[in-house]
Design a protein around this ligand. Structure first.
Ligand SMILES: Cc1cc2nc3c(=O)[nH]c(=O)nc-3n(C[C@H](O)[C@H](O)[C@H](O)COP(=O)(O)OP(=O)(O)OC[C@H]3O[C@@H](n4cnc5c(N)ncnc54)[C@H](O)[C@@H]3O)c2cc1C
Length: 258
């Protein structure tokens, strides 16, 4: 089929772009290989924020006594948290699908893995399409850090960790960026021990330089459990990392009452 625009990926970028172009009179094909809505709706912003809301409720209930409120023992029902998250994600996904329908007849959604077969030529779901403009809005996907031995353990990604229905006794989070900190705080508030490990000596660093040449270090008060991955050396930044972590957001990942 010959089109004006092919957009690959139905995430936060792809949907508004495809819908607006179609409403502006362009013939648009939107290709999506997975769920409509992309990372944000399905495995990113929406699910994390719903689970963080549950974790915060547990935290507030657990610490209510300091405000003069007795809440009783706090128990987190992780399957219920996950079910609520899944229901909200479904609703948001339906909202994304509705936005696509608003693109009208000029917007065609094709489900499948898109791939180039030539210049401005895309094959998806067994058909080949051409367009004057092809926009790649293929977004994000989990990346495994270069950590020896990781391939031998059943590690979780940001996608699969939110499907856990049983609380791990201890979670090691690789990466102290905003996503790692969110998961660290969330699971700590659910009741797990959490250790955040990173290559840089402080959390939420945006200056991530050449990870592959640096060692992954534990970055919380419970770092001993990860020491086999990053042995502490005299004068290494590990100790500084632990104390900074405690003073900034570390309390939320290391202290039982956050
Ligand atoms: C755990 C987590 C939490 C986050 N929290 C926040 C937050 O709170 N606030 C915030 O602003 N941002 C957050 N983000 C970031 C946000 O999710 C992304 O910035 C945003 O989703 C990027 O949108 P996108 O459209 O560029 O890509 P995506 O949403 O990743 O969409 C890309 C789409 O392309 C599809 N695709 C890829 N390749 C192909 C192919 N070959 N053929 C067909 N389809 C293909 C994918 O299936 C996907 O649906 C979070 C991310 C993560 C991982």
């Amino acid at each position: 089929m010959k089109l004006d625009v092919i957009v690959v990926g139905s995430g936060q970028a792809g949907i508004p772009l495809a819908a607006r172009l179609a409403r502006a009179g362009k013939r648009v094909l939107l290709a999506e290989r997975a769920e409509i809505g992309g990372t944000c709706v399905n495995t990113g912003c929406t699910p994390t924020k719903t689970m963080i809301a549950s974790a915060r409720a547990a935290h507030v209930a657990r610490t209510a006594a300091r405000l003069g409120v007795r809440a009783g023992p706090v128990e987190v029902d992780l399957p219920a948290v996950v079910d609520r998250k899944d229901a909200i994600v479904r609703r948001w996904r339906e909202g994304a699908e509705k936005r696509l329908r608003e693109g009208g007849e000029r917007l065609t959604l094709v489900r499948g893995q898109a791939r180039f077969t030539g210049e401005r030529r895309i094959e998806v779901a067994g058909d080949t399409h051409t367009a004057d403009i092809v926009v790649l809005d293929v977004g994000a996907r989990p990346a495994a850090p270069p950590l020896e031995g990781l391939e031998r353990v059943p590690w979780l990604s940001y996608e699969t960790v939110m499907q856990l229905r049983e609380l791990p006794s201890h979670l090691i989070v690789l990466g102290g960026g905003y996503i790692g900190c969110e998961f660290g705080q969330m699971f700590r508030r659910f009741g797990a021990q959490v250790t955040i490990v990173d290559v840089v000596p402080h959390l939420l660093s945006r200056a991530r330089t050449r990870r592959s040449h640096r060692r992954w270090r534990p970055c919380s008060a419970t770092r001993a459990s990860a020491s086999s991955w990053a042995p502490e050396r005299k004068g290494s930044p590990v100790r500084r990392a632990a104390s900074r972590c405690d003073s900034r957001v570390g309390r939320s990942c290391a202290a039982p009452t956050c």
